[in-house]
Design a protein around this ligand. Structure first.
Ligand code: SF4
Length: 458
């Protein structure tokens, strides 16, 4: 070990630290050791030697909350579709969300798009320093620091989860990671280390990536490989045998639970042609908030009252769509209702239990049928059902109207992970639905519905 002097407990910025003697000279040697290690050991990644701020921006946004291996194909496809900020700004949001589909946390894609449009509206030049990057939507302190150091050569820090872990161990920062004291202590060390990089002949971008690379490959969360670590000689946690304790585990945030109904409302005879194909009602969420801008089969709150009708899916369907009449005043008949087994989906803060309810409306004379354990027929009287809404007339569609009126209030929508109001509605064929930007949750639900529609596959 190269740690000189005895380790003693101290207090810095409210966080307890092992206060080892450190000099400018010893930190310069630490910087040089890590930069040398990085030059020899860095992984080959598509964005690694990139200096284009736009490309670095895209890669950094994609890497938030997503593993490197998962990001690579998305990054390559994105850069082929939107190679520069002008192309991204011109692209419709639908295409942007489509390219992001499957990566999750869609607000990242929407913010990239908004920021690109703001840059284009301001003349098209990318920001020239960390402060200007920080002012863009979706660009936080970490991302601005990463772009500024890697693309612009500013000796500034970029503190992500990996860097926090490395510095918490290197300086034995003993504080709750959720507390301000922890963040201040880490930022102080990160800023000081980054600022000194040019003095040892290093590139700020290499330093930023070296720290992250150390956290990703050596100073990993569980089982760090201290024997291979280039900065072990300076590591306070290693010196006092506290590597496994630091950083302290973050207090677990409470994950809420919510139960909702997903409605696959199918209407035969709405399409062009002699018989017309089956169409499904889909809705797009507003641009802001959870899954913003994505299309989905409408989600509505689960009402505890449905519990009693659980074996009677048509009763739930009738309750939901009660009193619907078409443009000529005729009652809309429910041909069939089928409640499928629940689909579970977990967001970072929310566990959704989704009850998929398939409702098929009658196309002509309102006959009813029943199929499967959880299906049942309605008791609607036969009615001559004519299409009530064709494309462009959805504002007057009684189904849209009733779902709109029955929408949740703002507080319960937020709790349940639902939009307060959908932005747009459409009747689409199954093929058209496959072309829309949808979430992973919706892909799961569509698969569940498709599977149920093919009983021979079960
Ligand atoms: Fe992390 Fe171990 Fe290196 Fe310390 S010595 S920085 S704990 S890998």
């Amino acid at each position: 070990m190269g740690v000189s002097g005895g380790a003693k407990k101290g207090v810095s910025g409210g966080a307890r630290e092992i206060d080892l003697p450190r000099t400018t000279d010893s930190e310069d040697r630490l910087r040089a050791a890590l930069l040398d290690w990085y030059a020899a050991n860095k992984r080959v990644l598509p964005w690694r030697d990139e200096r284009d701020p736009y490309a670095i921006w895209v890669s950094e946004i994609m890497l938030q909350q997503t593993r490197v291996a998962a990001v690579i194909p998305y990054y390559e496809r994105w850069m082929a579709l939107f190679p520069d900020v002008a192309t991204l700004a011109e692209a419709p949001l639908e295409a942007v969300l489509g390219a992001w589909q499957g990566l999750g946390y869609y607000s990242r894609a929407r913010n990239l798009h908004r920021a690109a449009r703001a840059i284009a509206a301001d003349g098209g030049a990318l920001p020239a320093d960390r402060a200007a990057w920080r002012a863009l939507p979706g660009v936080g302190a970490y991302t601005a620091g990463a772009i500024a150091s890697i693309a612009l050569g500013e000796p500034v820090a970029a503190v992500d989860g990996n860097v926090k872990r490395v510095l918490a161990r290197l300086y034995a920062v003993d504080a709750d990671p959720a507390r301000v004291a922890f963040r201040r202590a880490i930022e102080t060390h990160a800023d000081r280390l980054a600022a000194g990089v040019p003095a040892v002949g290093g590139a700020p971008g290499d330093w930023t990536q070296a720290l992250m690379e150390l956290g990703a490959t050596v100073c990993v969360a569980r089982g760090p490989r201290c024997e291979q670590c280039p900065v072990a000689a300076w590591c306070a946690a290693l010196a006092v045998g506290r590597v496994d304790e630091l950083p302290r585990p973050a207090a677990r945030s409470r994950v809420r639970e919510s139960r909702v109904l997903a409605l696959r409302i199918a209407r035969p005879g709405l399409g062009e042609g002699p018989d017309g194909s089956e169409h499904l009602l889909v809705a797009r969420r507003p641009p802001e908030g959870l899954l913003g801008g994505l299309w989905e089969l409408p989600l509505v709150p689960w009402d505890p009252g449905y519990e009693t009708g659980r074996d009677e899916p048509a009763a739930i369907a009738h309750t939901l769509l009660d009193g619907l009449r078409d443009g000529s005043g005729a009652k809309l008949a429910i041909h069939e209702a089928l409640l499928l087994p629940p689909v579970e989906h977990v967001f970072s803060h929310l566990r959704l239990s989704v009850e998929p309810l398939a409702i098929t409306l009658a196309a002509g004379r309102g006959g009813c049928s029943s199929r499967g354990d959880r299906s049942s027929s309605g008791d609607h009287s036969a009615a001559d059902i004519r299409p009530v809404a064709r494309y462009g007339q959805l504002d007057r569609d009684p189904i849209v109207a009733v779902l709109r009126e029955g929408g949740p209030d703002a507080a319960s929508a937020r709790r349940a992970g639902l939009p307060v109001a959908y932005e747009t509605w459409r009747w689409v064929t199954r093929e058209e639905l496959a072309e829309l930007a949808t979430s992973v949750l919706m892909d799961k639900l569509v698969r569940a519905f498709e599977h149920a529609a093919r009983p021979q596959d079960r």
